[in-house]
Design a protein around this ligand. Sequence first.
Ligand code: GLC
Ligand code: MG
Length: 251
Amino acid sequence: MDSFLSEAYLNMLATDLDGTLVGDDRACDELLEYLNMNYHRFGLTYITGRHFNSVMQLIAETALPRPDILVTDVGTVIHVLDRNSEKRSDAYSIDETWQKLMQKDWQPENIDEIGKQIAGLTRQQLPDNCRVSYYADSSLTANKFEDALVSANIKHTFVFSSGRDIDILPADGGKGQALRYIVRHYCQPQARILAAGDSGNDREMILSGFPAVIVGNARPELASIEESQLIYKATGKYAAGILEGWHHFYG
Ligand code: GLC
Ligand code: MG
């Protein structure tokens, strides 16, 4: 990584998409324009629950910029943009080092077997097994599932969001772990970092030890997180909340 370090980012926004960066187009444009105009070596990172093609579809539909780093599948895959690539369609490459770290002890088939035995779960149809995700009919069902995985001794990270979505990730995965890895490998040591989110799958990222903003429209599931020196609760919604958070930490 040494040769890369001179290129490393000095400023980074690591933001969730749905309900955070995406939701108010005008505020989104204002935020990105402000950051691009005022900060050089600025790295735009999306950290989302969506899978890669789903993000690409969203980018096409909403005219979002393509990020420098794209973390998909709730923090289980890191895609890095190759700025020199002339082929726009396959300009992202997967960070294989992270991928290998992540897949250690990963047992998607065993998780699926247990999931099948629990009423009230519907498996999400996804293109691969880098995570195993479900829709749950209640938080009780989610709790039952989590207990069953623990009893079966299956190492995992359990993420419950929006009162409905369950993501089972490899134990070392998740938005928080992915962000720590990215900061370590792609940012300068003194870099300004801001993480931003609105729902349950952002919890680990918000608590990951970097300055973080919870946007004003966040779901009640984040209400239990207390404000602190590193955590700011914005009143502004969506991207306006992110900009408010950036000003809070960096003036
Ligand atoms: C997004 C993804 C879904 C995931 C959810 C929560 O909605 O599309 O697969 O379960 O985020 O992380
Ligand atoms: Mg969200």
